[in-house]
Design a protein around this ligand. Sequence first.
Ligand SMILES: [Zn+2]
Length: 267
Amino acid sequence: MKISFSKIQAPITLLAAAVALTLTLPNAATAQTRPVEIHDRINTPARSTPLGGADSPGASAPQSKQVALTLDACSGAFDEELLDFLIRNRIPATLFVTKKWLLKNPHGVAILKARLDLFDIEDHGENHIPAVIGQGRKVYGITGEPDLLHLRREVNQGALAIQQAFGVPSHWYRGATAEYDQEAADEIRHMGFKIAGFSVNADAGASLGQAQVLQRMRHVQGGDVIIAHMNKPKGQTYEGLAPGLIELLRRGLVFVRLDQVDLAEIR
Ligand SMILES: [Zn+2]
């Protein structure tokens, strides 16, 4: 069979194109780092303790006994049972709320607003968009931000909604999914927010059963930052978290809010 010049040439051209593509891809990839979870533990007590934080027992507790409970309100409902439990047991927590959640849960907002002595309300964004930059990028199937302008809007509008609902400024930011790419993390910090990581994932997005949540709570040590959710009352977060929190209190651990401490990143 006679092979024409053009038929041989075509695969070579394709191969050359493929080689050229692989050579250029690493450069493109470095511009968009893989998103990472930021893992933090309690580092040092913060110098300023707004909202009466200095008077609460947590602020003066030895660092080795301090634990921070953080609860995300992404979108969806209000886990009133969980918040009632914290109020009854006087357990302080830092609540990361989105504007989306605030608008849907006026009853929850009213309950929190009456207990700003116990709860530090912080920024979880406007619409629960992950802090990754670039067209089509996703985390856990949720589309990220097309550009920095949209990221800034997500962060700023979340903070503004908290200011309007509670009359308090936000100092901490936690992005949807708690994953960030480097560009987004740099921008959030540049905007003046501290990024709130965590060290114990207690409920895996409110997807775990009671026994699993309790099991994870039993691993909590002084200095840990716990993440769980307060927007999925139909899950079993409360059922596992409540006995877990009681056990931590019995072990002599003391709960602090993020406006009372600083965090340090762990690897
Ligand atoms: Zn969330």
